[in-house]
Design a protein around this ligand. Structure first.
Ligand code: BDR
Ligand code: CA
Length: 313
């Protein structure tokens, strides 16, 4: 099994990504070994994203350590997305009070220790601002060449969703993103250009509900709430299921197409601040530092999600 650490800001789609990864432990031969969940500020404040991770862990029934990380970006002021995810960050389902807390210690420290213990093996899967990874890479530069790969949901090769140019996770900490993009670590990017190709429309939501399980119902209610913002903003018949593409790619890379590109953060304060400037046509000839995902078999992606979430009793 591939060892992974999932780092996110749950978040409706982060929560489904966690459940997708942890579903492996319900199988006799899991493809992934989830070594930990780490949390970061993002969609809502760190205390809320951490609480949501604790709730998802209890729902999954999987005993995985959870470490909280950064509560703010490296340089800029904090932004958040209550408008998309509700005040809790995971509005929709009834959210029980978690019975167990997070572990003592910082997310960046877990990343450092885990990567050092298994050099060359660990995949990092961030689905929020890249602050925890940037902190780990700065605190312990020795780990950078020991990370197997980073699989990130964030950015876009075309339009943004938080400004016309910038995607939320990229804009939330552009300096952290630049640290990761320039680190030399093998990096795969799932930007809006691909995640907007997989809309959780009502028939797809119904497939989760039809599982007839707690996890299936939880996912369906999450997706129904998540659809609200997408209906209003884009006129779509459901939410774009961004974050679970990362783990889906680790499980079934053949569902996706991608190309290597040079990607650079816009760190200026102009109208394109926080943009992931992707050299789609290689006009600069600069070294390609990211494998940028450009296409998905959306039906195959949702079939995989429903099948894997269906493993929970
Ligand atoms: C990203 O921002 C968050 O709202 C989602 O969880 C996803 O990670 C999409 O722009
Ligand atoms: Ca997220």
């Amino acid at each position: 099994a591939q060892p992974v650490i999932l780092d996110g800001d749950p978040g409706h789609d982060d929560a489904i990504n966690f459940l997708l990864a942890l579903s492996g432990s319900k199988s006799a031969s899991p493809e992934l070994e989830v070594l930990g969940l780490t949390t970061v500020f993002g969609n809502v404040s760190l205390d809320r994203t951490t609480r949501n991770a604790l709730i998802v862990r209890e729902l999954s029934g999987v005993d995985v350590p959870i470490f909280a990380g950064a509560d703010r970006p490296l340089v800029r002021g904090r932004i958040s997305a209550e408008a998309v995810h509700g005040a809790s960050g995971m509005d929709g389902p009834d959210l029980p009070t978690p019975t167990r807390g997070a572990e003592a210690g910082h997310a960046a420290q877990l990343i450092i220790e885990t990567v050092r213990a298994r050099p060359g093996e660990v995949t990092l899967v961030p689905t929020g601002p890249l602050t925890n990874l940037a902190l780990a890479f700065r605190l312990a530069p020795d780990i950078v060449p020991m990370v197997k790969q980073v699989v990130w949901m964030g950015g876009s090769t075309d339009t943004g969703n938080w400004t016309p140019a910038a995607e939320f996770n990229a804009l939330a900490d552009p300096h952290a993103a630049q640290i990761v993009f320039t680190s030399g670590v093998p990096l795969t990017m799932f930007g809006l250009n691909v995640t907007h190709q997989a809309i959780a429309h009502p028939a797809r939501v119904a497939a989760f509900r039809a599982l007839g399980t707690r996890v299936g119902e939880f996912a369906a209610v999450l997706l129904e709430f998540f659809a609200g913002h997408h209906r209003e903003r884009y006129g779509w018949d459901g939410g774009a299921l961004h974050d679970p593409m990362t783990v889906a790619w680790l499980l079934r890379p053949e569902l996706f197409v991608s190309r290597p590109m040079h990607v650079e953060m816009d760190l200026t304060n102009g109208p394109s601040a926080g943009r992931t400037v992707a050299d789609v046509w290689n006009v600069t000839g600069q070294p390609k530092n990211a494998e940028v995902v450009t296409g998905v078999d959306a039906d195959g992606f949702f079939t995989l999600l429903v099948e894997r979430l269906g493993r929970y009793p």
